[in-house]
Write a protein that binds this ligand. Sequence first.
Ligand SMILES: NC(=O)c1ccc[n+]([C@@H]2O[C@H](COP(=O)([O-])OP(=O)(O)OC[C@H]3O[C@@H](n4cnc5c(N)ncnc54)[C@H](OP(=O)(O)O)[C@@H]3O)[C@@H](O)[C@H]2O)c1
Length: 339
Amino acid sequence: MKAAVLMKKGPALDAFKIREVPKPEIQPGQVLIKVAAFGLNFADVMARKGMYKEAPPLPAILGYDVAGTIDEIGAGVTSLKKGDRVTAMTRFGGYAEYALTNASAVAVIPDELDTATATALTTQYCTAFYAASEMVNLHTDDSVLIQSGAGGVGTALIQFAKHRGCRIFATAGSESKLNYLKALGVQHPINYNTQDFEKVIRDVTEQKGVDVIFDAIGGKSIKKGIRSLAPGGRIVCYGASALNGKNIFGKIITGLQFGFYHPAMLMMPSKSIIGINMLQIADHQPAVIQRCLQQVMELYKAGVFKPSIAKTFPSTAIGEAHDFLENRMSTGKVVVRWE
Ligand SMILES: NC(=O)c1ccc[n+]([C@@H]2O[C@H](COP(=O)([O-])OP(=O)(O)OC[C@H]3O[C@@H](n4cnc5c(N)ncnc54)[C@H](OP(=O)(O)O)[C@@H]3O)[C@@H](O)[C@H]2O)c1
């Protein structure tokens, strides 16, 4: 089978080669999927640049989400059958014509859902659902700040917060992304290049602060975020995109800028910090992944979740697809298709 293999770390355009590799061998509890389309996630960019410690050694096949048809069923799997159209989370190995994953990380997709759009509903929408429903449980009239709101996870968080009747603040780095946020129904879009989110929140909420913040930027954004929480507020930390493009000193500074917190500093003002790593959940709580996938699919069918596809690339342009995502050109999901 063909795979888009990460051959060397560094700039996107030199990093990948399409190679013939052996088809993976199925194990009990797994399914083998013939992949029509696979999705990109920002973690893939971090892995390509050597900033993701869980990534496999080179030459590596990255990839967290795929969509296609079930080609083979492992022993013990009863919930799926050969030929089912599915979308699935993979623990790497997604950038290939065939991908293996556990049956718990697979959802059957409706006939009308195309495979490119289906890739968005796995890692990015499941992360958003897990964060906003399972970890935080957003309520009507909660005020919510969504950092990097125009991205894949950001779009899903906005759609979920809107569904729950929240008042939404969201940040992005360009006017076109701000227009995208407005079209999604964000009441307070913030261009972080011209506005300070902490000041906007202070002014709009009359010093009170917001109830929930979703932040995958990290560094000083977390410290400012904690200051921007109202009493009872929670900040969900799920990434560190601020590390991208930094040299070793920049990374150390960004690491220190997160801040150091004693429980008393959270208890006294009644604020909480929540950390999320979906790989850990997939490894240790597969039933939670299955539940999130099923709920995401129901919300898709109900019209609450509407993935937005930024661009679809052919597999031969995998480097360009990475470049596009890394250089902040995408709104929503970046997808790659096998021809
Ligand atoms: N913890 C988990 O389990 C988990 C799971 C999924 C995703 N994540 C994290 O969630 C975040 C979003 O993931 P995604 O796949 O949906 O990506 P994405 O948001 O679609 O794309 C990345 C966006 O991040 C923003 N950004 C902020 N700082 C950046 C930087 N230094 N370099 C490049 N872009 C930067 C850019 O938007 P602007 O132009 O608006 O700045 C860019 O468009 C990532 O940090 C990812 O690692 C974590």
